[in-house]
Design a protein around this ligand. Structure first.
Ligand SMILES: *[C@@H]1O[C@H](CO)[C@@H](O)[C@H](O)[C@H]1NC(C)=O
Ligand SMILES: *[C@@H]1O[C@H](CO)[C@@H](O)[C@H](O)[C@H]1NC(C)=O
Ligand SMILES: *[C@@H]1O[C@H](CO)[C@@H](O)[C@H](O)[C@H]1NC(C)=O
Ligand SMILES: *[C@@H]1O[C@H](CO)[C@@H](O)[C@H](O)[C@H]1NC(C)=O
Ligand SMILES: *[C@@H]1O[C@H](CO)[C@@H](O)[C@H](O)[C@H]1NC(C)=O
Ligand SMILES: *[C@@H]1O[C@H](CO)[C@@H](O)[C@H](O)[C@H]1NC(C)=O
Ligand SMILES: *[C@@H]1O[C@H](CO)[C@@H](O)[C@H](O)[C@H]1NC(C)=O
Length: 324
């Protein structure tokens, strides 16, 4: 075998190996699929849109040789809700994201009042990479499971710059306003937060950020209001929020926000700090966004154990009740 041929073969095998090592699919074949986590999902029309988060999968039935067990998605995905599918037949639509659109974990997705677009807010990068700049991105659906990404045309970069990006905030929305309470900031959520200056392992700087952010979606008006009244520290991460479409009083009322579970922590602390306290379901926190007032309510009956990173769903009961 000639020297050149050998070199070509070696080069080819190096390329193949590189390709094999970095093999990663946002929508792996069903037989290779393991799990998804940290994604945000929202329904627009006949489709469920899934954005951000990570996916883990096998390589042709074998454990991946990649050291990382999962990877961030480069696509927004959608699933039709007006046809039947199961885990064998499911067909995701893959919508490419331009490189400038962030792909983050634990972000919010707020539906635009038009019902044909959503915004992403907050979140944290995968594998401790540099966080994206402060921008507000909007996905506009095409009505057929696709769509496109653009920046919000009205929001001011000054008001955006004043808001620290956090991860695992408790988020919900009314028709017109997106809400995000607390969350935590690290060097991987916001460029204004410096990475830890010591080499002290995983003791990352961890800011439990106070304040409740509201975004009037149509106008792009962003407000940070006081969260004093949310637990002992005015902070919450990993909790869930739910908007109830009543209460608050007056014609201008935007309903009430109910905050459940999660963890409350002093503003500047470490992730493993013993100061982090679970928020018990014995005492529920309620916020009236119109009057900017916080309330708390004792619960009775069979009370769930404390937890974080869970889902909340609410529907009107048939007896004048509202079930969550
Ligand atoms: C996603 O895009 C990044 C940047 O272009 C790239 O490094 C990465 O390999 C891509 N991931 C997948 C799963 O294609
Ligand atoms: C992949 O690795 C895990 C953990 O080592 C093991 O439990 C599992 O059986 C492996 N799966 C395959 C398909 O090799
Ligand atoms: C697919 O669905 C079947 C039937 O519900 C279930 O038994 C199976 O575990 C599912 N497979 C995966 C990979 O989720
Ligand atoms: C599902 O919805 C899409 C978009 O509205 C529509 O084009 C399609 O015909 C619908 N499919 C069925 C089976 O109703
Ligand atoms: C909201 O304002 C408080 C008090 O000024 C500040 O500490 C916090 O960082 C702000 N929240 C966000 C998300 O920027
Ligand atoms: C319930 O929580 C609120 C807000 O954190 C607090 O002010 C109140 O004292 C708590 N009530 C009880 C009975 O623990
Ligand atoms: C509705 O409330 C009435 C009076 O409290 C009760 O008797 C009835 O069982 C309730 N119905 C449902 C469906 O909860």
């Amino acid at each position: 075998m000639g020297r050149t041929t050998l070199r070509k073969l070696l080069l080819a095998s190096a390329w193949l190996r590189l390709f094999y090592l970095t093999f990663a699919e946002d929508v792996p074949p069903t037989s290779d699929f393991l799990r998804r986590n940290h994604a945000a999902a929202i329904v627009l029309g006949d489709y469920l849109y899934i954005d951000g988060g990570e996916v883990s999968h096998l390589d042709n039935g074998k454990n991946s040789t990649d050291k990382r067990a999962s990877h961030a998605l480069n696509h927004t995905l959608s699933l039709p809700l007006n046809i039947s599918w199961n885990n064998q037949t499911v067909a995701f639509n893959k919508i490419p994201k331009p490189p400038s659109v962030p792909s983050l974990n634990c972000q919010a997705a707020w539906r635009d009042p038009s019902g044909t677009a959503f915004y992403i807010w907050g979140g944290i990068t995968s594998y401790r990479t540099q966080p994206p700049p402060s921008e507000l991105w909007k996905f506009t659906a095409d009505g057929y499971g696709g769509g496109s990404w653009n920046k919000h045309e009205k929001i001011s970069s000054v008001s955006l710059g004043k808001h620290v990006r956090t991860s695992r905030g408790a988020w919900t929305q009314s028709r017109d306003v997106g809400y995000w309470l607390g969350g935590y900031g690290t060097a991987n959520t916001d460029t204004s937060i410096l990475p830890p200056q010591s080499s002290d392992g995983d003791k990352n700087i961890f800011l439990a950020v106070p304040g409740i952010t509201s975004l009037k979606m149509a106008s792009g008006e962003l407000t940070n209001s006081s969260s004093v009244g949310m637990g002992p520290f005015g902070t919450l991460w990993g909790g869930s929020a739910h908007h109830v479409p009543f209460g608050g009083g007056g014609e201008q009322s935007d309903g009430l926000l109910v905050f459940l579970g999660g963890v409350t922590a002093p503003v500047l602390s470490y992730l493993e700090s013993p100061d982090h306290r679970p928020v018990e379901f014995t005492n529920i926190t309620v916020y009236d966004p119109l009057h900017k007032k916080w309330y708390s309510q004792q619960t009775t009956g069979a009370i769930p154990t404390p937890r974080y990173q869970f889902c909340v769903v609410g529907v009107k009961g048939d007896n004048g009740t509202y079930e969550m």
